[in-house]
Design a binder for this molecule. Sequence first.
Ligand SMILES: Cc1cc2nc3c(=O)[nH]c(=O)nc-3n(C[C@H](O)[C@H](O)[C@H](O)COP(=O)(O)O)c2cc1C
Length: 505
Amino acid sequence: MTPLARTGTPVRSLASFWNESRLRVAHAKSSSVRPAPGTVPWRAALEDVLKVGYGVQTHSRFVAGAWERIRWRTTPSAGALYPYEVIASIAGEGSYLWDVEQGRLVPYGLAPLTHDDLAGAGFVTPSGHRLEALLTLVGRPWLSMKKYHQRGYAYCHLDVGHLTTNLAIYTAALGFTPNLHLRFSRTSMAEHLQLDGLCREPLAALSFTSAGPAAGPQAAVGSETEAVLPSTCLELPGQQEVLNWESLRGILSFDSPLKTPCAPVSVTLLLEPAEVHEVPHVSDIPEVSSLLPLPDGRPRPSSATEWRSLILGRRSAKGFRDQPLSVAQLGELLGALRAEGFPADCSQDGSARLGVRLVARNVDGLAGVFAYSPASHALHRIDARAADPRPACMQQEIAGNLAALVIFHAPICRLVDEHGYSAFAELHFHAAQMGQRLHLAAARLGAVGMTCIGGFDGEECAALARLGPGDEAVYLALLGVPDETAFKRDRMTVAYSHGYVTQEG
Ligand SMILES: Cc1cc2nc3c(=O)[nH]c(=O)nc-3n(C[C@H](O)[C@H](O)[C@H](O)COP(=O)(O)O)c2cc1C
């Protein structure tokens, strides 16, 4: 018996079925929304911005004969610990905590911030612009410090720098202009966000404004309704976290004056080799012999779609193959550092700019130690020999086969003496901003892998990169041909790579 005979009723022929399945464009309705630059309503774009900049990706991979599902966040973090939270205040609407796992904003009932409060807290926005939304990145040092001890505090700043950069790049690609705030009053914001007793510190904020009549003096940013306690809430600290927080007294931003904020402007964040603090003029360094221009590489991506896929596609390399990078690849990577930073409230005095050294170990046609000049997109040779980078990287295995090492450096102690906490926060933020831009440039090249390294020996780095007295590494980026078979156990609770051991030894 045929199937048709079984059902008894041949409804229609295959040909009529096929004809009925034809599509007619006249009936089409778009089911996807592509944010168009300048026209995306704020509220609609915000969730997308957070999902891209700080979301979770899922992927299946075949390991040791079986498929496994891996999940990762779109921003890098030391030890994948993500020691921060993001709170969004949206004008006229409310405040929300970003739930990264669920990918949604969860109401976080706070008293609305007035424009007077914002001004009092040191949020300076471009004149004639109305603040539409504020994303505050709140550091939770314990998450990082329980593994990385004191060093984990700087990692909070670096981690926040990566995330803020991701958010700002993608928002800018959508047609908005985000402003970076690093000099707002942490005490005022902590009070507003009701962080008292929660062992958390607001580290950075991004504000989004639109041109329009400035709001009245008491206009609110946040919910118009009565404040309710933020019940959704931030996890409460345990005893260890409280003890750790106490150990940071005197170190945190609450305890020192910050530098005066300026109206947000964009400036370059890098120093020219000749401007590097405390180093003799580069032409006075005996081995400096030549200036090597680098190939430009492609222009930066122009569409939101491309930025989005770069951010979503970025991963840290887990190891490198013993294979070279090309000068063309290096040219495109370093070219990504030349762009000005986003408009920031700390730009005008330029007190926290960074120098860049390149240690070329396995680059076709290039070997040695170089100072990078962003203005001329060229390398100044400092030493023809590039020593083994492993001691500088705390003998981390991943450094063994790297092709090139980028070192962001500054005289941290001198700058902190002169400019206090602001210099510490801004140097780390800018270094991470550079790191994230390099990450996205590597993702775009595809065949280039990269990992940021916070676990380095400063003295070894200074010797390797031929830094001048007082100058030191702030952050490292390892570049090379990625080894997809390598994996890292960076979620371990003890940072062996940092020389730490368990209590038992
Ligand atoms: C501040 C910071 C410090 C890091 N330090 C190291 C390090 O010392 N060694 C290392 O192998 N990876 C380091 N990483 C890379 C992280 O291990 C990596 O980002 C994390 O495993 C998440 O992986 P993903 O970037 O692929 O999402 C660091 C990342 C950041 C943001």
